[in-house]
Ligand binder design. Structure first.
Ligand code: DON
Length: 306
C-alpha cells in the first residue's frame, strides 16, 4: 500500500480517537447495546490486495444495513432490471425505518437501502432462490472469502423479538401487493441477513469488487457486470446514508453504506475499499466517528469521485 494512504489513515484515526465520542448505541436492537462504545477501527484494502488497518479493525461487529448492499447485489445478479419494477432508485429524505412514503408511493419503497426496500429485496430472493437464506450466505462467503461465515443467532433473535417497525413495514407493503411471500418468512430472512458480523478488514476486502467494476480481486471472478456495479455504487452515493446521504457525499465524496452496528464501508472506484467501525450513532443512525474519520481520509488524500 502507498505510504501516503497509510499516513492518511494513521492521522485520521488518531485525530478521530482524540475527539469526543458523541452519539448513542442502537439500543432498539438490545444485543447491539452489548458492545464497548469506545471501539474504533479502520481498515483499507486497495485493489492490488495490499491493506492497512488500525484500532479495533480485527474485531467482529454486526454489519446490519451494510448487508443490504450484498443482498441487492445478489438480486440484480439474479433478475437484473426487474428489481426496479418493485423498488425505486430515489433518495427517501426520511429515516431508514420510516413508513411515511409507502402510502404515497403505494407500497413501492423509495430505494433498496431503506428498510422497506431491503425487505422487498428479501422477498425477491425468497421467490428466485431455492433456499434464500443458504444461497445468500454462500454468496457472501464466496465474496468475502470467509468459508465459515454465518448468521448471528444472538443478534437475529434479539431483533426478531423487538423489530415491530419492520413487521409493520412488511405487512404494509404486503397490503399493496408488493410482498409475494408470507411476511413471517420475509422478515425471518431479513433479520438473519442483517445479523452478519464481520471485521473492518473483512468488510473492506469484501467490498473491493464494487471498486473493481464487479470483479472479485482475490480470484478474478466476475460477480456482476460493470453496468450493474455502476448502479449499485450510484445508489450507495445517493441513498446509502438515508437522510444524511447528501451530507456524506458533501463531506466524504464516495459511495458508501452505513449500518446501525456503527460500521460504514466506502469505496473509491479503481482504487480501494475502506471500512470503519465506531458503535455510537448520530440521530440519523449513522456512525458519528465513522463519518468523521472518512471525511478526514478523503480531505487529506484529496481523492474522491468528484
Ligand atoms: O432493520 C433494522 O432496523 C436493522 N436491522 C438495520 C437498520 C440499519 O442498519 C440502518 N442503518 N444505518
Amino acid at each position: 500500500m502507498k505510504t501516503t494512504y497509510k499516513n492518511i489513515i494513521e492521522n485520521a484515526y488518531n485525530l478521530t480517537k482524540s475527539l469526543e465520542n458523541s452519539g448513542k448505541l442502537a439500543t432498539y436492537i438490545p444485543e447491539l447495546a452489548n458492545v464497548n462504545p469506545s471501539n474504533l477501527g479502520v481498515h483499507m484494502t486497495t485493489l492490488d490486495g495490499t491493506h492497512f488497518g488500525m484500532g479495533n479493525h480485527q474485531d467482529k461487529f454486526s454489519i446490519q444495513s451494510i448487508a443490504k448492499v450484498l443482498s441487492l447485489t445478489l438480486a440484480v445478479k439474479l433478475i437484473g432490471d426487474k428489481v426496479w419494477q418493485r423498488i425505486d432508485v430515489e433518495p427517501s429524505g426520511t429515516k431508514f425505518d420510516s413508513l411515511l412514503l409507502l402510502e404515497t408511493y403505494k407500497g413501492i419503497p423509495r430505494n433498496p437501502f431503506v428498510n422497506s426496500g431491503a425487505i422487498v429485496i428479501c422477498d425477491i430472493l425468497l421467490t428466485y432462490c431455492k433456499n434464500a437464506k443458504i444461497e445468500f450466505l454462500e454468496f457472501v462467503r464466496d465474496l468475502s472469502d470467509i468459508p465459515d461465515l454465518n448468521y448471528s443467532d444472538e443478534i437475529a433473535d434479539s431483533e426478531k423479538a423487538t423489530g415491530y417497525r419492520n413487521v409493520a413495514l412488511c405487512n404494509f407493503i404486503k397490503s399493496f401487493g408488493n410482498i409475494k411471500n408470507e411476511p413471517v418468512d420475509v422478515l425471518d430472512f431479513y433479520f438473519d441477513m442483517c445479523s452478519i458480523e464481520m471485521t473492518c478488514q473483512q468488510l473492506s476486502q469484501t467490498f473491493t469488487f464494487l471498486a473493481n467494476g464487479g470483479i472479485k480481486i482475490s480470484d478474478g471472478k466476475k460477480i456482476i457486470s460493470k453496468s450493474k456495479c455502476k448502479r449499485i455504487n450510484a445508489l450507495m452515493l445517493t441513498c446509502g446514508f438515508y437522510d444524511e446521504s447528501g451530507e456524506f457525499a458533501f463531506k466524504v465524496g464516495l459511495p458508501g453504506k452505513s449500518g446501525v452496528g456503527g460500521g460504514i464501508v466506502a469505496l473509491y472506484p479503481h482504487n480501494y475499499a475502506i471500512a470503519v467501525w465506531s458503535p455510537k450513532l448520530n440521530p440519523n443512525g449513522n456512525s458519528f466517528r465513522g463519518m468523521r474519520l472518512l471525511e478526514e481520509v478523503t480531505t487529506h488524500s484529496e481523492l474522491s469521485i468528484f
